[in-house]
Design a protein around this ligand. Structure first.
Ligand code: SAH
Length: 249
């Protein structure tokens, strides 16, 4: 018998950004497993009549192990994550933990709209050219490595997207990251901050690199730092792709 385990991306929050494929995966599941705050993002109608294992206190490993165990017992299982499940989320860990069950367990990743796309849309068009995404969480990655990546991305003139910029216990990393980028990028580089994209508390702010207000940043914030060509068009941040420079001389 083969069981089905789907790792479903819920998008940034608003159910309008939950894809039909994700809705179907949840509707088809017998059991929904997820961190409490993610289960809360699933529309009530999709949760009706389902077994829900919401894991407030459980760590990521326990949560994934639980989902694998439930799926192996024969119940179609959906693990839910915010954004995309393959971006700083659960799908990699599920594959790692389920490696020995691949004969009996059918694992599928259902893409979701990640915070970087949602935030880019709200800010304008900052990601029109090459960009690097860096998580400032040093819980699983050494700070030295994060610093090296920040320097390399800044020097190579990538637009830089920062995930996990701050939490209650991690408050100094963002200041340090902005300082590193500031050594190579000009003080007036546009920097966008999106808080709680596509949720009730949504807030979008634009700063220049030297006036960025770290106090505005919370756990549900994504930050996009422009490259050397990024500029403001009206209220929006735009990184030119290069069309006008090449075709309209
Ligand atoms: N899998 C998620 C990322 C989870 S890591 C995705 O694909 O987007 C958690 C980080 O994602 C947060 O610290 C924040 O940087 C970002 N994030 C998640 N949801 C967000 C939202 N609604 N608005 C802004 N940033 C968000």
């Amino acid at each position: 018998m083969s069981s089905s385990l789907k790792i479903v991306g819920l998008g940034p929050g608003d159910s309008a950004l939950l894809t039909p494929q994700a809705q179907k995966a949840i509707a088809d599941a017998d059991v929904i497993v997820g961190y409490t705050l993610y289960v809360d993002l699933v529309p009530e109608a999709l949760k009706e009549g389902k077994e829900i294992i919401s894991t407030g206190m459980m760590g990521e490993i326990t949560r994934c192990e639980k989902a694998i165990e439930v799926a192996l017992s024969g119940k179609d299982t959906a693990v839910v994550c915010s954004g995309d499940p393959g971006i700083y989320a659960m799908s990699g860990l599920v594959y790692e933990l389920a490696e020995k069950h691949l004969d009996t367990l059918e694992i599928e990743v259902i893409a979701g709209i990640p915070a970087l796309s949602a935030s880019s849309a709200l800010l304008g068009a900052p990601l029109m050219h090459d960009f690097a995404v860096i998580s400032l969480s040093d819980l699983l990655t050494e700070w030295d490595v994060i610093e090296k990546r920040l320097k390399a991305a800044a020097e190579a003139d990538f637009v830089i997207v920062l995930y996990n910029p701050k939490s209650k216990r991690r408050d100094w990393q963002l200041g340090k990251a902005l300082e590193i980028v500031g050594t190579v990028r000009s003080a007036d580089t546009p920097v966008g901050l999106v808080k709680s994209a596509y949720r009730k508390e949504q807030k979008t702010l634009v700063f220049s690199l030297n006036s960025f207000d770290i106090d505005e940043v919370d756990m549900l914030s994504t930050i996009i730092i422009g490259n050397s060509t990024t500029r403001m068009i009206g209220e929006k941040i735009v990184t030119p792709r290069g069309y006008l420079k090449k075709y309209r001389k």
